[in-house]
Design a protein around this ligand. Structure first.
Ligand code: ZN
Length: 294
């Protein structure tokens, strides 16, 4: 089934919903980074969250970066997304793989760790990006994002993120949702949603059963006046280029660049997000120094 992201409202607009199936895009990210199962689940949840939150951006030039780093073996996980639900990401240690947790699930919380922060950076082209930050609660990512929305953005939210990794390390199902209560929503509506979310099977279970994202939302919000507003296809894509890597290389400073040049070796840089390698020959570095010192 093709990935799909939808925006919807329920209860006369009191509830705002963004939900997506992300099996293909998570599979793409996990393949690029050759992730072990626990790493795949952790990166997959972050990629899913990134595509959901990216689609909440207002302008097409805005970017959103999510970073979670809790001192665990996974090291930092970073994803960047855009308003069209495009996303890219990486995990510091793609080989992290822990025994299942007490509920028999991949131990994402254990891999991420709790000793650190979840950071949300929204770059809207202003002088300073907007940066929000909360301490990690469980490291399971969904819980941490719900806490972020509630505390840092004063919007009570429920966040569900799921990744099911197959025995051949491909992704069997992935998806997620962000459900937000608008200030007008009454307590009864909030309680009803909380109750429904406790009752439903996990999102990966529903996807595995063959339910599409509209069917999943219809099921959760049955009798609550669900309206799908729009839909789009989320996808994994890196936008790196030789020019961008050149800029990064120049940004290390002329002195360091001169040192690399004087060593006389080629310089190879790999893109964190897609592992593509960019080789700068000795002559290329010389030209960069020449143009940067003009
Ligand atoms: Zn790249």
């Amino acid at each position: 089934m093709k990935d799909k992201l939808v925006r919807a409202v329920a209860s006369n607009g009191d509830i705002r919903i963004i939900a997506a199936t992300t099996t293909e895009l998570v599979n793409e990210g996990v393949k690029i980074h050759k992730c072990a199962p626990t790493a795949a689940a952790a990166l997959g949840r972050m990629l899913t969250a990134g595509s959901l939150m990216g689609s909440m951006l207002k302008s097409k030039n805005d970017t959103l970066t999510l970073k979670i780093s809790g001192g665990g073996e996974a090291k930092a996980i970073v994803v960047t997304s855009y308003s069209d639900a495009r996303v890219k990401g990486y995990i510091g240690n793609p080989l992290v793989d822990l025994p299942a947790n007490s509920r028999g699930k991949l131990d994402v919380g254990g891999a991420v760790g709790k000793n650190g922060d979840l950071v949300v950076i929204r770059d809207m082209g202003l002088r300073e990006p907007y940066i929000g930050q909360v301490p990690i609660r469980t490291g399971e990512i969904g819980d941490d994002l719900a806490y972020y929305f509630t505390v840092s953005e004063q919007t009570p939210s429920a966040v569900g993120l799921g990744v099911l990794v197959d025995t051949d390390l491909s992704i069997k199902a992935a998806g997620g949702f962000i459900i937000q209560m608008m200030p007008e929503a009454n307590e009864l509506t909030a309680d009803l949603v909380t109750y429904r979310l406790q009752e439903i099977p996990s999102i990966t279970e529903m996807i595995t059963k063959g339910m599409n994202i509209e069917e999943i939302l219809n099921y959760i919000f049955e009798g609550m006046d669900l309206k799908i507003l729009e839909s789009t296809t989320p996808y994994y894509k890196c936008d790196c280029s030789k020019e961008k890597v050149e800029k990064a290389l120049i940004s290390i400073g002329l002195k360091d660049l001169q040192e690399i040049y004087d060593e006389g070796k080629d310089e190879e840089l790999n893109c964190n997000f897609c592992n593509k390698s960019y080789v700068f020959k000795h002559d290329d570095i010389g030209k960069l120094i020449e143009s940067a010192s003009k």
